[in-house]
Write a protein that binds this ligand. Sequence first.
Ligand code: PLP
Length: 444
Amino acid sequence: MDQMLSTKGVGKRQMTRRRSKTGATPGRCDPELAHVWLPYAQMKTVSPPLPVARTQGVRIFLADGRELIDGIASWWTACHGYNHPRIRQAVETQLASMPHVMFGGLVHEQALRLAERLARLLPGGLERVFFSDSGSVAVEVAMKMATQYWINRGVRGKKQFVAFHGAYHGDTLGAMSVSDLDSGMHARFAGTLPAQHIVDLPENPTAASALDKLLKDRSGTIAAIIVEPLVQGAGGMKFHDASALRHLRALADKHDALLIFDEVFTGFGRTGTMFASEQTQIAPDIIALSKALTGGTLPLAATVATAKLFDAFWSDDPEKALMHGPTYMANALGCAAANASLDLFEREPRLQQVADIAAMLAKGLNPCRGLTGVKGVRVKGAVGVVELDRIDNLDAMRARFIELGVFVRPIGNVIYLTPAFTISTDELETLMRAVVKVVQEQKH
Ligand code: PLP
């Protein structure tokens, strides 16, 4: 995901890449890396990743003894900080009785409780929870639900999706097809994926009427609109207003399309409310959740549908069932971690912490405004963004952040901070000072 514009990839041990005596690059010759295939990385030239010994709070402790303040909370998952005792305890307790049991023909207390809690927390009658194990799969399931919804209702041909420029919905084939292929890393797959409609968000009258026309003309083929509400994450940390989302709801209703919110990034407090949907006064038909669901502890995802959507699957006809079932669906350890994470949201002032972080980010990143090469500075909840005209050498910039004692991984032309909500004022200030310093050092 941080690869969407460039690389979600790995860190770097040194400023310059190590080479062996034979001149081979680290991916090939470094015995530690001989058998792994790293994410979003050209293995021949990739900078060696930083070996981590342990994590605690917002700190990453490296094997070589260095310590980094984490600015991105492991791709936005570790919202309570790493290794939170309550989540650890819940996982350990669950481990003692049952790490996992298949969800076909069997259920367990942790999953039932989590589903009930999510249904209670989510807005707009989203009440039927389908568990899976990653954000991409949660999106795939949402797309499958939307397509089959129309089939089950006897409407044939509605199988395409409308998605938006700047979107990122994951790395599996369906999720890639609704991501922005033109600007993102999936461009090389254009033409091999299912054809979808990737258009501008309806943020102005021209885009709104173009979308209205598209949905009208293609009403017979479009199953759903899919969007990351309020913040498009890995596609460039771009923000849009709730009004654009309300517009989507109205257009979806007008032209018989479903509306899917992908809250894999925005869910669980990141934008200032538990779910970004809450700031829109509308609700989607389906929502995809993952990432911070388990507080960054274990892989788990949920695709949640409204009763209206679920009713189309409720039948005596086996053909109308949703035929999906990941092996590790509703993993008991993951569900225990998620329940503990929700406990923390209930017991600790997380949303207040997000509001405080938002205020500090606005102030602390402000010095970047007006610096040479800075295109914009923006903050939404616990997301702080400095957009540059360009970043010439991402690897060098990432290494510079490491030198400054922080883990910050710019994507494309964007430096962003998405820290744990439990970060202290001092730690956040250290992160922001590092960002300002690195931006000042840029030569344009
Ligand atoms: N959807 C959004 C909005 C995301 O930000 C991401 C990952 O960054 C995904 C889906 C894919 O999630 P995963 O990497 O868990 O498959």
